[in-house]
Write a protein of this length. Structure first.
Length: 136
């Protein structure tokens, strides 16, 4: 019995997109909305959660695989930029006692310099511009 049900499910899902990172994010967001709806009892939150679950199932059962992959890739790019921003801030915070970050006046590239007090001449590795830096 279970084997037949499993076979029927595989036949139904054949050629469909399935689950991806964007659907996982939308599902977690849906669950958060459901919890908020239980606490608040808002009609708009309820409608938003219904629309969201419709989008989740639409994406999962879609046969337009190329379009769903492009949507997922856009989401992954945004997620990557978001996580990289916070990783960079975390790294800067950890290295705040040993390094200082300055911008090149010519190309605006961020340079990581050792924290040595005084005035120094620095050369940008990107544009080869030399400029003076004062470190406190």
């Amino acid at each position: 019995m279970f084997y037949r049900l499993k076979q029927a499910f595989y036949r139904f899902m054949y050629g469909r997109y399935g689950n991806d990172a964007l659907n996982n994010f939308l599902t977690v967001f849906y669950l958060i909305l459901v919890v908020f709806n239980l606490l608040l009892g808002s009609y708009t939150v309820y409608l938003l959660s219904l629309v969201l679950i419709f989008i989740i199932f639409f994406r999962m059962l879609s046969r337009n695989i190329d379009k769903r992959r492009k949507e997922n890739q856009k989401f992954l790019n945004i997620k990557y930029r978001f996580t990289q921003f916070f990783k960079e801030r975390s790294r800067r915070f950890k290295e705040r006692k040993t390094h200082v970050y300055k911008k090149c006046p010519a190309c605006k590239a961020t340079l990581r310099l050792p924290r040595k007090k005084g005035k120094h001449t620095c050369c940008c590795p990107k544009c080869k511009n030399s400029f003076k830096v004062r470190v406190f």
